[in-house]
Ligand binder design. Sequence first.
Ligand SMILES: [Zn+2]
Length: 83
Amino acid sequence: MKTETAKCSECGVASLFETITLAGGHHGPILLPGLGKWAFLGLPQFGLANFRVVSCEACGLTRFNADADARAKLPTAKQWRRI
Ligand SMILES: [Zn+2]
């Protein structure tokens, strides 16, 4: 059985790597405000949401996707507006 390998949307090379990381640090911006697990407390600095990060070894294109729990909060989070 042949498995499909994901290819980079920029260069087409099949050399992608992924990880999960917090969407903010102690000294940087919170990139997914209001979407963490403690967002209901109105304290965006606690319980930061996660990004799934995919980076291409060949060209360096890096994508960030909010995880499913964070995406589920988008419609009701006061820090976000639909565009
Ligand atoms: Zn690439």
